[in-house]
Design a protein around this ligand. Structure first.
Ligand code: NAD
Length: 489
């Protein structure tokens, strides 16, 4: 069993906790670790260490700060296999999915290596005779991230490399469900020989999060998780005068036009809906067929769903792992049952899945529900499992209207061969990420990442130039240097 420790002021520290939560491998049911709960005093220690480190760290030239990121990139690559295996063990996704996740983490490290260029200031000379005006970017201060379970390796990297390179200091709180991945990554961070206190980690649940939200030294908070928690974090952090961005949940539509390449659409939509067992915030979770697309797409997506190989993600040939835990499996199966009671058909039913040799696993096979009605629970609730709900309309206008009806706006996808349909869709759909013949429209690290509506609370997004904005504060300087002053002194 892996021992879960905090990392504060450059040292591994025993958590101060009397209660622990089991970290259960969702495929095998084995207890892999125990996450400490209620360790509020470690937040204070981490915030003190990060505040102290800030004084010197912000003076280190950006060019020198990014040297740590170059080292980190190669350490992450050298240890990719072990980290990815750990992601599979605690989170359930397949080993290939875990490796792809870590590639996206590394991509953010690579982009943040460009921070000296991305964060340089601006100057306007001679705004009046002898007067120059400039805008400098300075570190925002101590920052913290509260992370979800579904990407234990990638999501902290939407923030960590940028904070580091921009001269702020940092505290990460991983999800209590998946603390082991960041334990391994911090073993690598420990090898960087960063000044003590620049990067810290505290484990825990709500108590620890509240201590982070309330600590006066922490100036900026990033959050990723469900919308209910996101809204809470946004409110409480803002009330405490902090800069905050909170990414929330999703219910992503995909529209299939009659002119779509059905083979391509089916493969890509199946990967999006069932990849990572549907536990991606960019997974498509409801499909709207337009006109004649209905029958062909339904038949092909049902084939794709029922032929997916489900099992333990560390075994070869497995295309889909379990959902995160038994509670989640039960919640998803109950939502499916409710959908059926509200009139949905179920041509592919993944409930009650048992995988031989993994009887304690939280498996649900891919599930397809048809004739889901707009407004009922299946069409509005985030399921966060391998379930695709189907609806049908006659025109793209109706499809876009449906796509825009919900509270979320993380991603929307369209499959078509028509440029004008694509143009209409990307202009009219209310979502932060748009996929045209793409199932998971995940922005590269040099583009901003976030949703719209209840999928996001805040202003500046994650990654790229938005990270530069978020983790710096601007200072404007107006200077007068009369020409003859040099002679006077
Ligand atoms: P969650 O909201 O349950 O937990 C996320 C984090 O918040 C965890 O670290 C947890 O300890 C903490 N937390 C939970 N309840 C809290 C409370 N009441 N007060 C303070 N802190 C609390 O989310 P999850 O189940 O870990 O992750 C799945 C969710 O994350 C899904 O809704 C998914 O759509 C969303 N997600 C969104 C994005 C995005 O970019 N929009 C990315 C990944 C996941």
């Amino acid at each position: 069993m892996m021992k879960i420790l905090n990392y504060i002021n450059g040292k591994w520290v025993e958590p101060i906790a009397s209660e622990f939560i089991d970290v259960i491998n969702p495929a095998t049911g084995t207890i892999e670790a125990k996450t400490p709960v209620g360790d509020k005093s470690s937040v204070k220690d981490a915030a003190d260490a990060a505040s102290k480190a800030l004084t010197e760290w912000k003076k280190v030239p950006a060019q020198d700060r990014i040297q740590y990121l170059f080292k980190l990139k190669f350490l992450l690559e050298d240890n990719l296999e072990e980290i990815s295996r750990t992601i599979t063990k605690e989170c359930g996704k397949t080993l290939d999915e875990a490796k792809a996740e870590m590639r996206r983490a590394i991509e953010n490290v690579e982009v943040a290596c460009g921070i000296p260029m991305m964060s340089k200031g601006e100057i306007s000379e001679d705004i009046a005779p002898g007067i120059d005006e400039m805008m400098l970017r300075q570190p925002v201060g101590v920052c913290a991230t509260v992370a979800p379970f579904n990407f234990p390796g990638m999501i902290p990297f939407w923030y960590l490399p940028y904070v580091l390179a921009l001269g702020s200091t940092y505290i990460i709180k991983p999800s209590e469900k998946v603390p082991m991945t960041m334990m391994l990554i911090f073993k690598l961070i420990d090898q960087l020989n960063l000044p003590a206190g620049v990067i810290n980690m505290v484990h825990g649940t709500k108590d620890v999060v509240d201590a982070i939200l309330d600590h006066p030294a922490i100036r900026a908070i990033t959050f990723v998780g469900s919308s209910t928690t996101a809204q809470y974090i946004y409110r409480r952090a803002a009330e405490n005068g902090k800069r905050v961005q909170a990414q929330g949940g999703a219910k992503n539509p995909v529209i299939i036009m009659p002119d779509a390449d059905m083979d391509m659409a089916t493969k890509i939509i199946a990967d999006s809906a069932f990849g990572c067992a549907g536990q991606r915030c960019l997974a498509v979770s409801w499909a709207v067929t337009v006109g004649e697309a209905k029958n062909e797409f339904l038949e092909s997506i049902c084939d794709a769903a029922s032929s997916r190989t489900v099992g333990y993600g560390l075994e070869s040939g497995i295309q889909m792992g379990p959902v995160i835990n038994g509670g989640s499996k039960q919640r998803i199966e109950e939502l499916i049952a409710k959908g059926i009671s509200q009139g949905a058909g179920i041509p592919v039913d993944g409930r009650g899945t048992k995988i031989s040799g993994f009887e304690s696993g939280s498996f649900i096979r891919p599930t397809i529900l048809t004739d889901v009605l707009p407004g009922n629970e299946l069409s509005t609730t985030e399921i966060f499992g391998p379930v695709l709900s189907m609806m049908h309309v006659n025109t793209i206008e109706e499809a876009i209207q449906l796509a825009n009806q919900g509270r979320y706006g993380n991603q929307a996808s369209l499959f078509t061969a028509s440029g004008s349909a694509a143009r209409k869709f990307r202009n009219e759909v209310e979502a932060g990420n748009i996929g045209i013949n793409i199932g998971v429209a995940a922005p590269m690290a040099f583009f901003p990442f976030s949703g719209w509506k209840d999928s996001f609370f805040g202003d500046m997004h994650g990654q790229g130039m938005d990270a530069v904005e978020f983790f710096t504060q601007k200072k404007v300087v107006v200077e007068r240097w009369p020409k003859d002053w040099a002679r006077k002194f």
